[in-house]
Design a protein around this ligand. Structure first.
Ligand SMILES: Nc1nc2c(ncn2[C@@H]2O[C@H](COP(=O)(O)OP(=O)(O)OP(=O)(O)O)[C@@H](O)[C@H]2O)c(=O)[nH]1
Ligand SMILES: [Mg+2]
Length: 313
């Protein structure tokens, strides 16, 4: 694993892909490589992109990546497969549009399933971010679908969180409901070629007015037409500004701590789960408990306590 890790650190694309696969499969070897690369992380600007389904997140990410490439920066892109059945799962949107980036060695694109994540982001996402970071990517763009818990989780891993809204559909109201006001570092009103964009921006601005405190940073709102790349350089500027703000105010370390905490908890959770559900060791025990629970000789809480006590002893 030392060799794989050192190749990852050199930015070797195939090794990056291989380590990500190992991580997704929760392999022991992956853990060993991860231990080696951690020291070399922390240089990438991790940008989370969240928002309602179909708002243009993937298109926007593609355009952002192009913009960063023009600045000579390298980019990692991670998409989380939607948990929702409604999207039909076309993960990074228009795959053909991605083709150009896929051929660029300065860009690494990976999509991941939410498999086993129990309502949140897949646990391996933290590892993937670390891997791309360690491999030397300057910017890591992470797309998450804004459903339920997912959009809140994005905050735990990103330095900068973009919330993408579209005109109409009462998005601004949805935004408050989902607590999205709190998580956005930059608001993007995409599909600005559609009617109602000025109203959407005005509504958003007036909500921001309400929560704005004199002297504090105000969340910027950027209008984009992702499909045409319009507004993207301004967006990159706002993203850069946010990173500068984090650094100046000594907030970057705080954000990173949040990510590491979430990552640590995730690893512990994963290890515990595989320990608890170790087929060979526990299968019989679980069957036995389920028998007793079905026969009303035991309740599920007592059953769970028995398993945990046994484990922690
Ligand atoms: N009119 C208009 N359409 C856009 C714009 N940006 C993206 N679209 C279109 O909106 C649709 C959805 O775009 P995606 O980038 O796949 O959106 P997404 O948010 O990634 O979608 P999910 O991953 O399924 O949640 C596509 O048909 C895009 O071509 C825009 O600025 N204007
Ligand atoms: Mg998408």
């Amino acid at each position: 694993m030392k060799e794989l890790a050192s190749k990852v650190l050199k930015g070797d694309t195939r090794s990056v892909a291989r380590l990500i696969t190992l991580v997704e499969n929760n392999s022991r070897n992956a853990a060993n490589a991860m231990k080696i690369i951690h020291k070399h992380t922390g240089n990438a600007h991790v940008v989370g992109v969240t928002g309602v389904m179909g708002s243009g997140k993937s298109t926007l990410i593609y355009e952002l990546a192009r913009g960063y490439r023009k600045q000579g920066k390298t980019v990692g892109i991670v998409g989380i497969d939607p948990t929702s059945p409604f999207t039909g799962g076309a993960l990074l949107g228009d795959r053909i549009r991605m083709q150009e980036l896929a051929c660029d060695s300065g860009v690494f694109i990976r999509s991941m399933g939410t498999r086993g994540a129990l309502g949140g982001l897949t646990g391996a996402i933290f590892d993937v971010i670390e891997i791309l970071d360690a491999s030397g990517k300057d910017v890591v763009l992470v797309e998450t679908v804004g459903v339920g818990q997912g959009e809140v989780d994005v905050v735990k891993m990103a330095d900068t969180t973009l919330v993408v809204l579209v005109p109409g559909l009462g998005d601004s109201i949805q935004a408050i409901k989902a607590g999205i006001m709190e998580i956005a570092d930059v608001f993007v009103v995409n599909k600005a070629d559609r009617p109602g964009v000025d109203r959407a921006v005005a509504e958003l601005e007036s909500m921001l007015d309400l929560k704005h405190v004199e002297g504090e940073r105000r969340t910027p709102v950027v209008k984009t037409v992702a499909r045409k790349g319009e507004g993207v350089s301004e967006l990159i500027q706002k993203i850069d500004n946010h990173m500068n703000y984090l650094k100046e105010q000594n907030l970057l370390e705080l954000r990173r701590r949040k990510r590491y905490e979430a990552e640590l908890v995730e690893i512990i959770r994963r290890e515990l789960m595989s320990y608890i559900f170790d087929e060979k060791r526990l299968k019989g025990k679980i069957d036995d408990l389920v028998d007793r629970i079905s026969m009303k000789k035991m309740d599920p809480y007592t059953g769970a306590e028995e398993v945990l006590e046994r484990m922690l002893r």
